[in-house]
Design a protein. Structure first.
Ligand code: C2O
Length: 550
């Protein structure tokens, strides 16, 4: 294992998309940002230098950060932001993980353009549990707004209304040929007939779960969230914001007289309006220079993939069910068999009355909020981890986050009229090595909508999932404790529930939130504090000396 050094300079850069030029926040002037490549066991030292007017932090999404919680990155959770002109070195070791993850800004909506892949190769000499691909290609799905996203979210928070939708989805930063004025901004994947490629798909979009497919080609899914799974074949994958999915693609359907598109567009179930446009890229077969079949691509008929309809929940459910751990001796599924603490969280949207300095435009002078167990999380003004470590939680957070909702109701019917949403900076404190079972139920208040919940600092096992109300008496008997998928982000299905288990073996403060950025902004977030254990390797070390101050 070695130490790898990266420098991330946060700077403004002009980019033109959809025929409009705007200045965006980037890392090193790139969109998507630079690739981080490491091997399992390596240490990373990434120096982030802030040269923009915004405060910034960077999160290494899905990296477990075992005893390195100071490097996790969510603003005001594990660190104060890096202010203009300042820098911070994120220093962590990749322990027990290999696969695809990604990094992104973790403050306000800056992750819209501040993101890039993390590729963790197996240790030297260790091969994949599937055939070695000819080439590996990161494919990051994102979103593009013509307007300034910081202005858009700030206005939305001020008015209590939903923010504007994005103007395009993107593949590796490029919207592609199906948007006006965008044909030249198209991602091309060059392949050779007969070869197999590993596509490292990442959903870095802010607010949309996405379907992805390649015309006339079958994909074999081999890994999710940097954990190998039992391979399965599919024409389309579903990927929620915060998830990563590795697929094998064999280039075997060459047709000299056609161009194949890859495409992504939303899976959406809520009543909310959403952008149903499609981003596309081109799968291009490489021809030897002498080949007679070489033709100008623009003249060839373009074959589009058939993506499921936007609201195809049965496709989504079946796809999710196919994802199973390898659960073999090399890659065992270490599902906690006994549970120390049970939690039941409702997740969903709600309405709240307005504060005095707001001019809310929601129904009856209300604003849109989102909550877990009816608590809408209030971002503190200093970092929770710093307050926790120095024993100064007073006035920063309280440890009374409810283990159960304040009242239960039929989540599939009409919600009661008196739903209140409280607010606060509340956390759950867990002693070291507690095994946790958490059931998350979509409330369907203001419409059923799926919520991709992401937990920092852990992988969890998805032991159960269903529709309707979770049934305490019936459902646990059906939990999969044999080969449940191990991941860091899972959608709580629209009008349903999901059950996860994890072992609290990582001391620190760990954020959990909906990875739909608009829901995070509205408060669908909370944090877990895992206390130090007794052993030396069970304690969080002190903070690095350059940790930013608020
Ligand atoms: Cu990728 Cu807290 O997020």
């Amino acid at each position: 294992a070695i130490t790898r050094h990266y420098k991330f300079e946060i700077k403004m850069q002009n980019f033109t998309r959809l025929c409009q030029t705007k200045s965006i926040v980037t890392v090193n002037g790139q969109l998507p940002g630079p690739r981080i490549i490491a091997r399992e066991g390596d240490r990373l030292e990434i120096k982030v230098v802030n040269r923009v007017k915004y405060n910034i932090t960077v999160h290494w999404h899905g990296v477990r950060q075992l005893r390195s919680g100071w490097a996790d990155g969510p603003a005001y959770i594990t660190q104060c932001p890096i202010q203009t002109g300042n820098s911070y070195v994120y220093n962590f070791t990749i322990i027990g993980q290999r696969g695809t993850l990604f990094w992104h800004a973790h403050i306000s909506w800056l992750r819209v353009t501040v993101y890039g892949p993390i590729i963790i190769l197996p240790k030297r000499g260790v091969s994949y549990p599937f055939p070695q691909p000819a080439k590996e290609v990161p494919i990051i799905l994102g979103e593009w707004w013509k307007g300034d996203t910081e202005t858009i979210i700030n206005q939305a928070m001020q008015t209590g209304l939903a923010p504007n939708l994005s103007d395009a989805f993107t593949i590796n930063g490029l919207p592609g040929p199906l948007y006006n004025c965008s044909a030249k901004d198209t991602f091309k994947l060059n392949v050779e007939l007969g070869k197999t490629y590993l596509l490292r798909l990442i959903n870095a979009a802010l607010n949309d779960e996405l379907f992805f497919s390649i015309a006339n080609h079958t994909l074999t899914v081999v890994e999710v969230d940097a954990v190998y799974i039992k391979p399965f074949k599919t024409d389309t994958i579903l990927i929620t914001p915060g998830q990563t999915t590795n697929v094998l693609l064999t280039a075997k359907n060459h047709h000299p007289n056609a161009t194949f598109l890859m495409a992504a567009r939303p899976y959406a179930t809520g009543p909310a309006t959403f952008d149903n446009s499609t981003t596309a890229g081109i799968l291009e077969y490489h021809h030897p220079p002498s080949s007679k079949t070489k033709k100008k691509n623009s003249k060839l008929p373009v074959i589009r993939p058939t993506l499921p309809p936007f609201n195809d929940t049965s496709f989504a459910t079946n796809f999710t069910k196919k994802v199973r751990s390898l659960a073999n001796p090399n890659f065992p599924a270490n599902v906690p068999k006994k549970v120390d603490r049970h939690f039941f969280f409702t997740v969903g949207l709600g309405l709240a009355s307005c504060s005095q300095n707001q001019n809310c435009q929601g129904p009856n002078n209300t604003k849109l909020v989102a909550a877990i167990n009816n608590v809408s999380f209030v971002q503190p003004s200093t970092a929770l981890l710093q307050a926790h470590f120095s024993g100064q939680s007073n006035g920063v957070f309280t440890t009374d986050f409810p283990a159960n909702p304040p009242f239960k109701f039929n989540y599939t019917g009409n919600p009661p009229s008196n739903i209140f949403v409280s607010s606060g900076t509340k956390v759950v404190a867990l002693s070291y090595n507690t095994s946790v079972e958490l059931v998350m139920q979509d409330t369907s208040i203001i419409g059923a909508e799926s919520h991709p919940l992401h937990l920092h600092g852990f992988n969890f096992y998805v032991v159960g999932q269903g529709f309707g109300n979770f049934d305490q008496n019936q459902d646990p008997a059906k939990f999969n404790l044999v080969d449940p998928p191990e991941r860091n982000t899972i959608s709580v299905p629209s009008g349903g529930w999901v059950a996860i288990r994890f072992l609290a073996d990582n001391p620190g403060v760990w954020f959990m939130h909906c990875h739909l950025e608009v829901h995070t902004s509205w408060g669908l977030k909370m944090a877990w504090i895992v206390m130090d254990g007794k052993g030396k390797k069970q304690k969080l070390p002190p903070p690095p000396s350059d940790l930013p101050r608020c």
